[in-house]
Design a protein around this ligand. Structure first.
Ligand code: HEM
Length: 275
């Protein structure tokens, strides 16, 4: 059943002028003196104007309202925020990553130096690099907690199996972000840890050796390995994650979220068909 579009938020609604008060385009109505609109009125009017302008040209408001104003089941609790928290961790990684990419050089002879320059010389570099490093751990913790929530609440069952499958791909891609990012500082630890990880990878069945060759760009680590990891880390994998998050959220909006498993239908009669 299609729900009616919910009303616009109060702050974006135009208040009709009261009789005798500041009405009309020239600020007067019924000969009453004009009152000066406050800065807040002007700001609301400005925002409503821009929203109206965009809506007239895109017809986007029914879509946005349907997407953003959804009925949620009774008993929705803090555990339901873990998906959004994961998404914000991803966005924070994307923003900090863009700033790091402005200074990082994916070249075996420059990578270590450029990464240390970010920490020691660039304005707020240590802070942004720290956010990106800790953010990666935070995102992985959150994604596992979110997966646990959907598993224990039975949200993987019909009709949400496809969203679960998309989630599984997202978790693999998130781990791949961790693997490809780990090499980039190019210090002793990151270099040898990545060699161990890729060797482990190559021992996997059937595709393992091919995957390892693809990651190394050949059978050994070479001068182009770091650019391959960099391209995967900052373009291919995050692009795919962004597209899949879009599909994931579309399905959440379309199917709604599940009620907690401990809630039962309130009245059995409501489940019976009327005769
Ligand atoms: C980048 C990673 C991910 C993001 C940004 C994300 C985001 C979200 C959001 C915002 C929701 C709705 C609110 C909520 O239930 O928390 C949701 C629901 C859901 N997610 Fe994820 N998710 C991610 C990864 C995963 C993973 C790894 C799985 C499972 C393998 C998964 C399975 C599901 C399922 C089944 C639902 C529906 C929940 C329900 O109907 O109650 N998601 N996701």
């Amino acid at each position: 059943m299609k729900l009616p579009s919910p009303p616009l938020p109060k702050a974006l609604r135009r208040t009709p002028p009261r009789p005798g008060e500041n009405g009309g385009r020239n600020g007067r109505r019924n000969g009453a003196p004009a009152t000066t609109p406050t800065a807040k009125d002007q700001a609301v009017e400005g925002v409503a104007g821009v929203v109206g302008w965009l809506d007239e040209r895109t017809g986007g408001s029914p879509f946005l309202r349907g997407f953003l104003y959804r009925k949620v089941p009774k008993g929705t609790n803090w555990y339901y925020t873990l998906g959004s928290a994961t998404m914000f961790a991803f966005l924070s990684q994307a923003v900090t990553g863009v700033f790091l990419a402005m200074y990082y050089e994916p070249d075996p002879s420059r990578a270590y130096e450029s990464a240390s320059r970010i920490t020691n010389e660039v304005f707020l570099g240590e802070f942004v690099r720290g956010m990106h490093r800790w953010g990666s751990t935070v995102m992985i913790i959150l994604i596992f907690l979110h997966m646990g929530r959907t598993f224990f609440f039975g949200a993987y069952k019909y009709p949400r199996e496809l969203n679960w499958i998309i989630g599984v791909v997202l978790i693999v891609l998130t781990l791949l972000m961790g693997l490809t990012g780990y090499l980039l500082p190019f210090d002793q630890r990151s270099f040898w840890a990545t060699i161990v990880a890729v060797n482990l990878n190559s021992s996997g069945p059937i595709v393992g050796p091919y995957l390892a060759d693809f990651l190394r760009v050949g059978s050994e680590f070479g001068p182009t390995t770091i650019s391959r990891f960099y391209a995967l880390h900052m373009l291919a994998v995050p692009g795919l994650i962004a597209v899949l998050i879009g599909a994931h959220l579309y399905l959440v909006a379309k199917l709604g979220t599940t009620a907690p498993p401990w809630l039962k239908a309130e009245k059995k009669d409501l489940l019976r068909e009327e005769v």
